[in-house]
Write a protein that binds this ligand. Structure first.
Ligand code: G3I
Length: 394
């Protein structure tokens, strides 16, 4: 009887042993950060309030898959400079510290934006006082992070959406004309000779009226000797109506011919609800193809998504019946969009993204990782089986 029992235990043990279908372990699939680093691409995400939240998955995702972060809100004029004689550095310093600890970079966003100018708009300052206050703020902010921030959005969204005007009708333009733009770039350059200075805009990605105005505006800056180094194309897109890729490529080409670096600064593709696998598949193609357009232009070395995961995106409260715009879903599971970027950077499909089972390579995946389920169409990691699942970790 004992022999039978021992034989049964042996068979059971062999049956449960985590065999892998491959004799040799597959190479570990690199993270997006590793792929971007290998290609010399600044690949980042915007971080907002959740950066200081209790969900550890937020920062874990940031440091695993991105090499750059940008403050979605906490490094804007109104937040950094809440009162005329006061600066609030805590949040910005915390982001800088995290980046330094994680070997990441911080992209500066944004020194001047009429929507986040705080008290500057509320008090009826004279032209000279306004210019003095802006100069002092740029000096203080850019100077504090001198040599630590490689790119700053100096001015954000100053071009008009209207057909009959070049500049947006803001309090800055009404009071200062375009002098504030030229001066802001010059003051930022004076505060940090190493930083790349960008103009950042939306709706200027493909050829058209707004991109023509942006091009003419930038050409004017260059002709006046204003120290502008790059153009930010925000790339906030609706997944159902994306601009023609050839048109984006042509626009990027002519901007590069102005001797400008090109940054895709706030990429997201918002989906209509209900989200389904077809929309997610289209979103994957959109992210993949946009990254490819960037990689095909030698001046496009910066690609940031505007948020870490769907539930922390700005899109949901802003657009009715739109959401799920990012690479990770509400539970921080990689969506098809993640694998779209991955494929563009790696030049091949990702094994997990293909639903293949791959051998446990290192470490013991957490129970949570092994139990990740298809949520909002996020790819299910191969179902728990004798083959362990590799979860990219940094
Ligand atoms: O941090 C406070 C929090 O303490 C408070 O409880 C909460 C409720 O009042 O507000 C929080 O601040 C909000 C902040 O986002 C952080 O969530 C601000 O009110 C809100 O105005 C701010 O919105 C940001 C918006 O820019 C305005 O600065 C969005 O997150 C951000 O995604 C959006 O980003 C802009 C880019 O800078 C420029 N391009 C367009 C893009 C989308 O609008």
């Amino acid at each position: 009887m004992k022999i039978h029992h021992a034989f049964f235990v042996l068979v059971l043990a062999l049956a449960l042993w985590p065999w892998s279908p491959q004799a040799r372990p597959l190479e570990e699939e690199p993270t997006l950060r590793q792929l971007a680093d290998a290609k010399g691409i600044v690949f980042g995400t915007a971080v907002g309030d959740s950066f200081w939240g209790i969900d550890k998955r937020y920062q874990a995702t940031v440091k695993r898959d991105f090499n750059t972060i940008v403050a979605e809100y906490h490094m804007k004029f109104g937040k950094l400079h809440p009162r005329p004689i006061e600066f609030e550095w805590r949040f910005a310093d915390s982001i800088m510290r995290f980046a330094d600890e994680q070997g990441m970079k911080v992209r500066g966003h944004c020194l001047l934006w009429h929507k986040e100018a705080g008290w500057l708009e509320k008090v009826n300052y004279s032209r000279d006082s306004l210019m003095f206050l802006i100069h002092r703020a740029i000096d203080s902010i850019v100077g504090r992070y001198r040599g630590k921030i490689p790119q700053w959005d100096v001015v954000n969204e100053a071009i008009s959406n209207k057909t009959d005007s070049l500049y947006r009708d803001t309090f800055l333009f009404r009071k200062l004309g375009i002098d504030y733009i030229d001066s802001a770039f010059r003051w930022a350059r004076a505060a940090d000779s190493s930083v790349k200075l960008y103009y950042n805009e939306y709706g200027n990605e493909a050829l058209g009226l707004k991109s023509q105005k942006t091009y003419d505006f930038l050409k004017g800056l260059k002709e006046r000797g204003v120290p502008v180094d790059g153009i930010g194309l925000q790339c906030h897109f609706d997944n159902d109506s994306v601009p023609d890729l050839d048109s984006i490529a042509a626009n990027m080409k002519r901007l590069a011919e102005l001797d400008l670096d090109i940054a895709l600064t706030e990429v997201d593709y918002r989906l209509s609800f209900p989200v389904d696998s077809a929309k997610l598949a289209k979103q994957k193609e959109n992210y993949r193809d946009l990254m490819k357009v960037c990689l095909e232009n030698s001046r496009c070395k910066t690609f940031l998504v505007w948020g870490v995961n769907d539930s922390t995106s700005w899109v949901r409260p802003y657009f009715k019946n739109r959401g799920a715009p990012l690479l990770f879903n509400n539970d921080y599971a990689a969506k098809p969009a993640y694998y779209g970027i991955w494929e563009a950077l790696a030049g091949r499909p990702n094994a997990i993204g293909q639903g293949l089972r791959i051998r446990r390579v290192q470490g013991k995946p957490t129970a949570k990782a092994l139990n990740q389920r298809k949520i909002n169409g996020a790819l299910e990691l191969a179902p728990p089986s004798r083959t362990r699942i590799h979860v990219p970790t940094r």
